[in-house]
Design a protein around this ligand. Structure first.
Ligand SMILES: Cc1cc2nc3c(=O)[nH]c(=O)nc-3n(C[C@H](O)[C@H](O)[C@H](O)COP(=O)(O)OP(=O)(O)OC[C@H]3O[C@@H](n4cnc5c(N)ncnc54)[C@H](O)[C@@H]3O)c2cc1C
Length: 409
């Protein structure tokens, strides 16, 4: 049996940040992971450049049953902290739109930085390690004082049985991430451990994920694969502006990924194909100039030709613009600005960037990330019911929650 102060399951962003912080406090720390390498998600994140934080991070960038839960960790772990760490290691980064910070080189540099920080903090990492069982024991040790057997403070310990060793620790951190991208090692272990300790887990579903068209839309738009437009997307009370990419199965691109986190099965998404243009006015001007241009050719001035043609085939009867009356033109303009699509489903966890839902925040202290009912048991990162929008917010939450837990474990 190997004894450690702290064992962390999951060598991702959150687990490693927690390990570094607790190691710096002089705790003996071991990180276990079933993968063959640390931080596989970090390495593929941001298209290999890792959008590691966002300088505008606030609690409004997160989805959770309790939108206030993340405030405490975010207030103690500001983007500056991770930026300083990168600067200390000479890693160059760049700001892209809306405060997103990416590595200028490669996300591998961040992995090397984390490895070095772990090393400096005396953290041990064991990879290719399969966790078989986690249980809590109460060691009511006894001390012999003046011939009397007196109980000393009973201590709770965790026993972690793996395919390599059996470990014992005082503090156990579950940083196993969510279910997205199972092909690189995502698993439901964190949820299973929570349930074993009688902690509630809120319903999980894929988020930041492409949509799949209905059968009907697929016939018309499936052939537009590769086309990209700048649009505004609305669903329920949320809207996002950005790139929308037609794929061979449906829709993707940043604006679509963003809205997917708010979309529920059966919902319609409303697309404004020309958010910067008053298209009705444009039609009227064309009529005033006695234009005889066909509607789908007119729309080609703003939209890719194939999209314009297919969209017109589906939604309107295309004819020369001078042949429409005002009411018809108003209707077409409205359709352009509020094109409704009802996706059949999403591409699921296979291509989702994150998991919505997870360990119920009611079960955790927002200050320490410790389970209220189970002393010594902590949950950090994506496994918790806190999900960021696209833009570096998920890694920021992973760092922040790992960091605060690292001060207490
Ligand atoms: C393709 C892609 C691109 C992304 N890009 C960005 C981006 O640019 N910016 C951003 O902010 N977010 C991005 N994300 C999301 C971000 O990567 C995650 O939210 C973040 O890594 C979560 O960190 P974590 O430490 O909580 O979990 P993870 O990084 O998932 O780490 C969990 C660790 O636990 C291990 N583990 C899981 N199950 C077990 C088990 N049973 N036994 C032992 N170990 C286990 C895993 O192997 C893994 O190492 C992206 C996600 C994907 C999939």
């Amino acid at each position: 049996m190997i004894k450690k102060d702290v064992i962390i399951i999951g060598a991702g962003a959150s687990g490693l940040m927690c390990a570094i912080e607790s190691g710096k406090r002089g705790r003996s720390v071991l990180v276990l992971d079933h993968a063959s390498k640390i931080g596989k998600k970090i390495s593929i994140s941001g298209g290999g450049r890792c959008n590691f934080t966002n300088i505008n991070t606030s609690h409004t960038n997160y989805i959770s049953n309790n939108p206030h839960f993340c405030k405490s960790a975010l207030s103690r772990f500001k983007p500056r902290y991770i930026i300083t760490m990168l600067e200390k290691h000479g890693i160059k980064y760049e700001e892209r739109e809306e405060g997103q910070l990416f590595c200028a080189g490669s996300s591998q540099e961040i992995l090397l930085m984390l490895e070095k920080e772990c090393n400096d903090a005396g953290v041990k990492i064991m990879l290719d390690c399969r966790v078989n069982e986690v249980k809590k024991i109460n060691r009511a040790d006894h001390a012999d004082l003046n011939g009397q057997v007196e109980p000393i403070e009973p201590e709770d310990h965790f026993i972690i049985s793996t395919d390599q060793e059996i470990f014992e620790c005082e503090s156990l951190v579950i940083a196993t991430g969510g279910l997205a991208y199972p092909q690189i090692g995502a698993s439901g272990l964190g949820y299973e451990i929570a349930k074993k300790f009688d902690l509630n887990v809120t319903a999980t579903r894929p988020a930041l994920v492409p949509f799949i068209f209905s059968k009907e839309d697929m016939k018309i738009f499936g052939e537009l694969s590769g086309i990209s437009i700048n649009a505004s997307i609305r669903c329920r009370t949320m809207s996002f502006r950005g790139s929308v990419l037609f794929t061979h199965r449906g829709l993707s691109g940043p604006a679509i990924l963003q809205i997917s986190s708010y979309w529920k099965e059966g919902d319609v998404i409303v697309i404004d194909l020309l958010p910067d243009t008053d298209i009705f006015r444009f039609f009227v001007e064309k009529q005033q100039n006695k234009s005889k241009t066909e509607m789908h050719n007119l729309l080609c001035e703003f939209l890719p030709t194939r999209l314009s043609k297919n969209w017109c085939d589906l939604n309107i009867q295309s004819k020369p613009v001078n042949q429409y009356n005002e009411k018809e033109l108003r209707k077409i303009a409205l359709q352009v600005h509020t094109w409704e699509i009802r996706p059949r489903t999403t591409e699921d966890y296979r291509t989702a960037e994150v998991t919505l839902g997870g360990i119920d925040t009611k079960e955790l202290s927002s200050k320490t990330m410790e389970a209220i009912k189970v002393k010594g048991l902590y949950f950090t990162g994506e496994v918790v019911d806190v999900t960021g929008q696209l833009g570096g917010y998920n890694l920021h939450w992973a760092w922040a929650s790992g960091f605060v837990a690292g001060q207490y474990v």
